[in-house]
Structure formats: structure tokens, C-alpha cells
Design a protein around this ligand. Sequence first.
Ligand code: WT7
Length: 631
Amino acid sequence: MPYQFKNIFVYQSAVEKALIDPEAFWGEIAANFHWFSPWKKVMNCKMELAEFNWFQEGKTNISYNCLDRHLTERGAQTALIFEPNDPNEKAQHISYTELHARVSQMANVLKANGIEKGDRVCIYLPMIPELAISVLACARIGAIHSVVFAGFSATALASRIQDCTCKLIITADGGFRGNKELDLKIIVDEALLSCPSITKSLVVKRTHSTINMLSGRDYYLEDELQKVTTICEAEIMDAEDPLFILYTSGSTGKPKGMLHSTGGYMVYAGYTFQNVFDYQEKDVFWCTADIGWITGHSYSVYGPLLNGATTVLFEGIPSYPDFGRFWEIIDKHQVNQFYTAPTAIRSLAKEALSWVEKYDLTSLRILGSVGEPINDEAWHWYHKNIGKENCPIVDTWWQTETGGILISPLPNITKLKPAFATLPLPGIKVALMGEEKQELIGNEVSGSLCIKFPWPSIARTIWGDHQRYLETYFTAFPGYYFTGDGALRDEDGYYRITGRVDDVIIVSGHNLGTGPIEEAINDHTLVAESAIVGFPHDIKGSALYGFVILKEEHTDHGKLREEINQIISDQIGPIAKLDKIQFTSGLPKTRSGKIMRRILRKIAEGELENFGDISTLLNPELVAEILKDKR
Ligand code: WT7
């Protein structure tokens, strides 16, 4: 069976094959990649123990597969198009040959600075070519990359570095984002005060701002590159050797360092990229996600390069210098596949259509959506105005933990239905679970979304805490991977994701845990307790509403609100700031002391009644009080 589902018949036979003989199915797909030596067994997994072993004893290297493998056939082809924040700065076209050389050179710099296979390297960079190059350089020598989104604060960065004891950090003097400059090096300096594991930092010059360079620790990357060659053989990696760690918020406690391994991730990222985006030779693919998120890992870097594609990296934001920027870039680089988030679509849909009409979007063939449910209205706006009713929209459902897309239509194969992620990809077995923990059979049901069979790119563990991995994902429904999402299956067997069923809130496509935000708020000296819930927001999908109890009454609520958001910004990042903060004398609690978030959620959503039976609450009178002061 070929790696690409060229038509519905090939697709249907793949679905069948994957059901009947998953090992043969995945083995055939994996055979499309380069292996230094073949695997002995395709899969050896124990779902209940969260033990996953794919392509056992196979040897490969993902950087080799992304670069070296393409050199003879497409060395001169553009691998990366870099589109800078400032439209007046020239775009860069980096060929496969050049990218191979730059990645090898970067890999040599890492080695020269003491990095060995298995070491963790933190990458804290803006969306510039060096970010993709650093990721691939780590993979080339078997170092484990941990990319931290450059919008995170010093505290958030430090906790991620400490958690996996990174030895080295790659950063920049600063970054450009719209009309703002990010002071990345200042943030890194602050973070490193509490990160003794870091011995070196490599600094890319991007903004050329004046920064502090600590002698013996900080080195300019450009100087280091001068000292090494552009030749570096790819390290032979075991299929199960770790490839990267990427942190995702949990509903409680510290962020979870999801660990992905080499072989399975490679096969799955390559397979899904090819099929979900129907990638054809010479296509130009653009995923707008930052490489700091899993979407950027899998579909800005690894997936496209594994397939010898041309991928666009955009440094800026959709509204700079104006609301036509995305459409201008599509026109300029003749983008064929465009992959973005519903929050971006909604924010652009509220601007004048003339921003879209100014540009030629006829190069587009496929549109993608990811990160949160795409509502009907946004879907239709995207389909009509961007796709001109000619481009299938792939509404792709997946997670940091899944490594790649699990549920999505396939262009020109799956019949589309707005706001539905439609069907699992061949090889993925989905289940909906009911209240009694039983699997719901048949159509027109809704429940907790689970996956009941392993796939190659499932996260292997939470770095340093396998127990937490087991408890978070594998205990709610024994034998199943629990996603944390709710979903329904309609009369056609199509899936619609209805949203999180845990305490994670998706704000502008970013996954935010309520726990860490509440902890940050509680650090304010005047705050006694707090609870965060989400409420619907036109652009962001969900926004955050905070209920805060003060230790003593305070008159300047405006100032307090600012201070609370500042603490959140410092500890987590500006993305986690609250839209609304309500001060209250207490929180509705059960007799066992559990906060009734269900009630708070309803209040935040604007519900005035129908709170169900509140008589069993410890403090039912509070509900009326909170309603009275609602913001
Ligand atoms: C959560 C994962 C990997 C995608 C980027 C976010 C939500 C993601 C969809 C979609 C409805 C979606 C889910 C999921 N989500 N894609 N197409 N439709 N919801 O990765 O930060 O790990 O978040 O994003 O709630 O669990 P993430």
C-alpha cells in the first residue's frame, strides 16, 4: 500500500488493513523512511502501563530523514522560506543543501560546547530560521530539544529548564513581533539565576539590541559557528531514543514535559503531513503556528521536511503591519496549503473583507484549522472568503501528547461537515466513553473522547514522572488513552469535539491549566483564594474569568486587577491574563471543600438561574452574592 492515499479506494483499503493488521499497516508506512538498520518488531505496547515501543531496535535519525535523504533529488529546492516580521525585510529562501549545511554546522557548535547524545537543550527563540535549525541540529546529534515558546515569562522558562535539567540554552538578543520588541536575553538572564544546570548559552543576534553577556557562559552563535565545519554525520539513533520534550499545561501543578521518541514520531508526522494536507511535489506549505507549540514542531518543521516540502516560517503576527498580512504572504509565496487556528480566523473575519480582496489567493488548494473547535461561522467565512469555496478545510484534532493529527477529514476523500473533525485517520481507533466508564456503541452518542489502540507518535511519558503520565491519561478508562476532551458522534459516525472536560481552558488556541494560574494569583499578598473558569469569547474562543477572595477588604479594585494580571504575566506569560476579575467574599464549595466550578462556569457564561440543586452546598447563599457583583 502506498504512503499516500491517492483516492477513496486506496483510502478505504488502508482503513481496512489498519483494522485487520495494524503491524503490517504501520510497517509499510515506516518503510517509506530511511533506516540505518531495520526494526525487528513493528509494535510492542502495553496501554494499561503506558509502555510504548514502536519499530523495535530499528535505527534511524530524523534529521537525516529531513535533510540528507533529499540532497541528491532536491538539494537546490527551497526547504524553508523565512518571512520576517517587517514586510520590508527581504524574505529568505533556504535550500535543502543550505539547510543541511547550516544544521550540521549548528550541530557541531553544540558538540563543541559539550552537548552529547541524551543531553537536554532548551531553545528559546523567536520564529527565525535558527529556531528550526536548532531543533534539527539537536536531533542530528541525539540531544533532546525542549523548545519553550518565546512568549513565556522568566519564571515559566526557568521551571521548564529545571524540570528536565537542560545543559545549554539557545536564545537571541531579542525578537520582533508586530510593533513590539521582545527582550529575550533579559528574560533568559533572569531565568538562569535559578537554573544551575545550564552551563552555556548561545545567543543569536536578531534585534542587535544591547544585552548583557556573562563571560564564560554566554556566547554569540555567529562567533561559535566560525569555529566549526559544516560537516556532521547524523548520529545513529534507536527508534525509541527520546527526540524532544515539549511542555503542556496540566489542570493542576507544574507543566507536563511530554516526551516524544524518534522513530514513531517521525513515521507519524511524515504520514499525517502527506495525507492530511495532500502534499504534492513543489507545493508551498504554510503553518502559522509558532515552533514553540507542537503544531509548529510537527507541521512547520518535521512533517514538511520529512516529505521534501517547502515550508514557510513567519516571524510576525496576522495584524502587522495591517490585517492583510496573512493574505499578502499567501500571495507573495504562492502558498498551496494554509494551516492556522480558529482564533486567528475569527480575529481576521471581523476586519474589512477588502484586506482579503487585495490579494490573489488562487494558489491555495487546502485550508487547515487546529487548536480548538472551529465554530460554524468562522468555518464558513474561511471556506468562502479564503478558499473561495474551492478548498477543502481540514479541521484537525490532536494534542501535544498525540504528536500528530488523529482526527481529520482527508482532502477530496472525506465529505466535509462544518465544525466536525469528521473521522479518525486510518490506523487510529477512537472510542467515546460514558458515565459508567463503558464504551458507547453506535452513532448519535456523546461522551469522553478516548483512543483505544496505540499509534506510533503517542507520547512515551511525562519527563521524570511516569506515574503522573499513567494517572493523567490511562487510569480514567483502563486500557484506553483518555484525551481530556468531550466529543459526539453524529448519525454519519462523524466526530465533533465539544471541548475539554477537565480544568484546561483553550484560550486563543493555547492550552492553559487553571491550577498554575490560580497558584500565581494566590501569590499576591492580599489574595486568600481564587478560582479560574473559562467563558465564551468571540475571538479567543474562551477567555478567563477569575473569582478572587481577598484576605481583607481593599478599596482600589482597579489597581488590584492590574497587579493580579501582572503576576500572571510574570509567572506564566501574557497569554494567561484574565479578561475579568471579580472579587467575592467566598467561593461556592461542596461540603467536602471542593470548589463548585460548574456553578462558577455558569455565572461566568452569563447564566442567571438554573444552577441545579445548590442546597447541598456548604454556602448556598454565596451564589446570589456572586451573581449580584458579576462583571
Ligand atoms: C487540545 C490540545 C495539537 C493541536 C494544538 C493544540 C483542542 C485541538 C482541535 C480541533 C477541537 C481541538 C483539544 C485538545 N483542540 N485541535 N480541531 N477541534 N478542539 O495542542 O495545546 O496540546 O491542546 O486542543 O481540546 O485536547 P494542545
